[in-house]
Write a protein of this length. Structure first.
Length: 123
């Protein structure tokens, strides 16, 4: 199954989260009980280390199969590199991310896309 694609706009220096529902082609939630979920954010896809990793929390898989939350603390988002225009105004920077599921040696990519970083002015 191919990964979904979703871009997220995140404001640097803030707490952020999103709820994700991973479903099969029939729209049925995929039970995550025996799966390990990981997700990383990098400036460039081939960078050897990530800027931050998502905190991932699975919902009750008995009542909400396939549902999980990805989250970043304000400390995490403050680590994002930022960008400004040549005249010093805020500019959006694009970072890459993906989220994967592993179980029994099988790895599936659940979701991928861009993180659009809005720089923090007030620190």
């Amino acid at each position: 199954m191919s990964a979904g694609y979703k871009d997220f706009k995140i404001e640097a220096g803030t707490t952020w989260s999103a709820v994700i529902d991973w479903q099969d082609s029939s729209g049925v939630g995929i039970n995550l009980t025996s799966r390990t979920l990981t997700g990383k954010i990098k400036r460039r896809v081939l960078d050897p280390t990530e800027i931050v990793s998502f905190t991932i929390t699975k919902a009750d898989q008995g009542t909400n199969p396939g549902r999980f939350t990805i989250a970043l603390s304000a400390t995490d988002t403050a680590k994002f590199p930022v960008k400004q225009t040549s005249d010093g105004k805020k500019d959006t920077l694009e970072l890459s991310y993906d989220i994967e599921s592993a179980s029994g040696g099988v790895v599936d990519r659940i979701l991928e896309g861009l993180i659009l970083v809005s720089p923090e002015v007030t620190k």
